[in-house]
Design a protein around this ligand. Structure first.
Ligand SMILES: C[S@@+](CC[C@H](N)C(=O)[O-])C[C@H]1O[C@@H](n2cnc3c(N)ncnc32)[C@H](O)[C@@H]1O
Length: 239
């Protein structure tokens, strides 16, 4: 695709490329970056989150593991194994799982977020792998394949144009018998056209059903205490 007519990224002032196409900067991202217009996805994700962590504007952060994660481990519905978490944020779920025997790799584009995870894990004497980087870009991970890819509120940050790439990336990191576990923001009215995006059950089915042999989508909550709203818990198996 030729992006010549699209101008330059409002955040880095360089042209768009096939590998890093333009996305619209609006809503929460415009608030964080102070810009509007078209930007590379990678610039947008990096800059908006850098500002959010610097200003401690983290409406998603709960300080607690998500109730679904707590129940999955309590009821032994998931057994310890290797687990990759893209967009791990402050690591509430990553550290909880690592403390229960999972070999966790937490990835986040924000170095401040990853630093928090390292500090917290050290305080709790929990072993965890941490990686600063763009999950959709080039990252180097400690394992080539994982038993689980888990995420909370990460898919909702991706523009529709990058969701297929994301799912392919998730699958490329999963063992043949691996599972994708996700806590995804449910439908909202009016439907947002910038992040955080909203997903109906059908949106999730359309995105995932052709990639996984089994797909279970159940209602859950965001896990943010007083700010609870509809979310989905998604469990998908590769084989
Ligand atoms: C809505 S927050 C959710 C954080 C965490 N999962 C939680 O539940 O608290 C999204 C997280 O994804 C990170 N992020 C956004 N784009 C990313 C990317 N392309 N690669 C890796 N992390 C990314 C952000 O820095 C942020 O920490």
């Amino acid at each position: 695709m030729n992006y010549e007519g699209k101008g330059r990224c409002v955040l880095c002032d360089t042209p768009f490329t096939e590998d890093d196409p333009p996305v619209s900067v609006k809503g929460w991202v415009a608030e964080m970056t102070g810009q509007e217009g078209l930007a590379h996805y990678s610039c947008m994700a990096f800059m908006a989150n850098a500002v959010a962590y610097e200003r401690h504007k983290l409406p998603w952060s709960t300080g607690l593991p998500h109730p679904v994660v707590v129940n999955l481990t309590k009821n032994e519905e998931i057994a310890p194994g290797t687990l990759l978490e893209p967009g791990a944020g402050n690591g509430e779920n990553a550290i909880f799982l690592a403390a229960r025997g999972f070999d966790v790799t937490a990835v986040d584009i924000s170095s401040a977020a990853i630093e928090k995870i390292r500090e917290h894990a050290e305080k709790m004497d929990v072993a965890i792998h941490t990686v600063v980087g763009d999950f959709l870009g080039d990252i180097s991970l400690p394992h080539s394949k994982y038993d689980y890819v888990f995420e909370r509120s990460f898919l909702q940050t991706l523009p529709p144009s990058l969701r297929e790439k994301y799912v392919e990336r998730v699958i490329s990191h999963l063992n043949p018998n691996g599972k994708y576990l996700a806590i995804v923001r449910g439908s909202r009215y009016p439907e947002p056209d910038s992040q955080p995006y909203a997903f109906s059950r059908e949106d999730i089915q359309d995105l995932l059903s052709s990639h996984f042999v089994s797909l279970d989508i159940r209602p859950t909550v965001s896990g943010t205490g007083g700010r609870e709203r509809d979310y989905w818990f998604v469990e998908a198996a590769v084989e």
